[in-house]
Design a protein around this ligand. Sequence first.
Ligand code: ZN
Length: 225
Amino acid sequence: MPYAAFTGDCHVLQKPTLETLQGAAADPGIRGLMIFGYAFPSLEALSGFSALEVLKIQGAPQLTSLEGTETLSALREFVLTTPTGSDGSGRHIAIESFAPLERLGSLRRLILLHVRPRDLDLSAIMRMSQLEDVDIGGVPELTVEDFARLAMALPGASGRCLAPYCVIAGIGRCGKCGGQQALLVGAPPRARKWVCPACNPKLLAAHVGRWEAVTGTPYVDGQRR
Ligand SMILES: [Zn+2]
């Protein structure tokens, strides 16, 4: 899905070497960094960026660990996604765990798309109560119940994954009635993800029911945005 995550005032690097990264880290004027093709196994290669506020990485084929966050203490925004065009292709950035993210004490915005932690554990992110904007998607094993628990843990945050479904204007037109479909959050693998509220109200209600079974309160449309 299109995502306006890669805009902003960032220094852009294409497949940087360690030497290039270290050079950029020594430049005090760089507060935002966008990397296309991050070629390292962890975030340790970014250890010099102690003043970095924005880090966006698109494509990280070697990444297996998010270790290295301890030196990124000024980071306010972290975006990690697969390359454009790989949505739905089944490709993932396969890492061990989201746990190292918890050290990012200044983080306000966290976007992780098609980043699959082997432990499938959201508990570290649930403890990041300072987060204001969160989206985690493209991990088929994460369920609507997982996201409901995340939403309960982060009552002050907003984001597509913090509601049982979201509506993306202009995307997901119903083939039957022409109306706007809803995108289910945490839909099971291989199940349908787009549901028309007018044509499939029962399917949508069943999905929302699973969310409400976790939160214990009725979900009001749009309550998180
Ligand atoms: Zn319809």
